[in-house]
Design a binder for this molecule. Structure first.
Ligand SMILES: [Zn+2]
Ligand SMILES: [Zn+2]
Length: 306
């Protein structure tokens, strides 16, 4: 069984929060990693409401330094400091992030508070790569420095537990070799690993927030299983979207289609569609008709597991 990637939408609103939608925050959990993508105002309380513990966060990824994506960050970090968290938290963001974090710290940190925070700036690169997964950032096209992020769990060769049980093969230190498809001898039986392994395909989640349609967004989302994409505006507000360097529902679908993603989730929904998110959804469904791409509009506290 593949280890699950769980995504919780902690905030699905746009520049102004509403009773229905908090500011942007997306929580991605995979094994020991708990990754917070953006931290809009109110994110801490959203954690509590979702019965999640903010002190478990291992990494924070910031798409850009606009208030609706970062105003919750100082409070969030303060909570970690007040809880005496000594575990290292890594924070990633676009160019300028180090300076911004320093400004935040100058404003709210008090003498004696300790925080083990390491800050990195990313542009177009793979980072945090290990045998199992990696992250990738690409430049977005917004009114300030901005990036999109992908989280990729690599293709993996796995042992078929049912086949092992049928052959009555118990646990052995040689399981690792079997999983590599090698021939090993266990309890006097010669066993060909190749016949017992299957390939678990790679899984990819991409988060494209504030941007115009741009090559970075499309290439980052390429072949994603799940694209979480901003859709601040309806097609009818295309001009306003362009002025504010945001996407319409149609633009988000354009990225999804060009990148050939499997599923699209729309978020960062403007308050003007608060009572009618179906407008955004029906527009997107129309654009995606026949493409095979599934689409939905995220609501606060929605969870997706893949
Ligand atoms: Zn923005
Ligand atoms: Zn925004």
């Amino acid at each position: 069984m593949a280890e699950r990637i769980k995504i919780t939408f902690l905030g699905t609103g746009s520049a102004i929060p509403t009773a229905r939608r908090s500011h942007t925050a997306i929580y991605l959990q995979y094994k020991a990693e708990n990754i917070l993508i953006d931290c809009g105002e109110g994110t801490q309380r959203q954690f509590r409401k979702a019965k999640l513990n903010p002190c478990k966060v291992t990494k924070i990824l910031i798409t850009h330094w606009h208030g609706d994506h970062v105003l919750g960050l100082s409070g969030f970090l303060q909570t970690l400091a007040l809880n005496g968290m000594t575990k290292k938290v890594e924070l990633y963001g676009p160019e300028g992030t180090k300076e911004k974090v320093r400004e935040f710290f100058d404003t709210f940190m008090r003498p004696g508070w300790k925080m083990n925070l390491e800050v990195f700036e990313v542009g177009e690169e793979k980072f945090l790569e290990n045998d199992e997964f990696y992250f990738e950032s690409k430049l977005a096209k917004h009114s300030v420095e901005a990036v999109s992020y992908s989280f990729v769990v690599k293709e993996k060769s796995r042992l078929d537990r049912d086949k092992l049980a049928k052959l009555k093969i118990g646990n052995s230190p040689l399981m690792g070799k079997l999983a590599q498809g090698k021939i090993v001898t266990i309890d006097g039986k010669k066993i060909d690993g190749k016949k017992l392994v299957y390939t678990e395909p790679k899984r990819k989640v991409t988060v494209v927030l504030d941007t115009l349609v741009c090559p970075g967004a499309v290439s980052n989302a390429k072949d994603a299983d799940l694209l979480i994409c901003e859709s601040s505006y309806s097609i009818e507000e295309a001009e306003t979207a362009l002025d504010h360097m945001h996407l319409t529902s149609k633009d988000a679908c354009t990225i999804a289609k060009k990148a050939k993603v499997k599923d699209l989730v729309l978020t960062h929904i403007s308050q003007r569609y608060d009572v009618i998110p179906k407008k955004i959804l029906s527009e997107a469904e129309e654009v995606l008709k026949g493409s095979g791409i599934g689409v939905r509009v995220a609501e606060d506290f929605d969870e997706i597991v893949l």
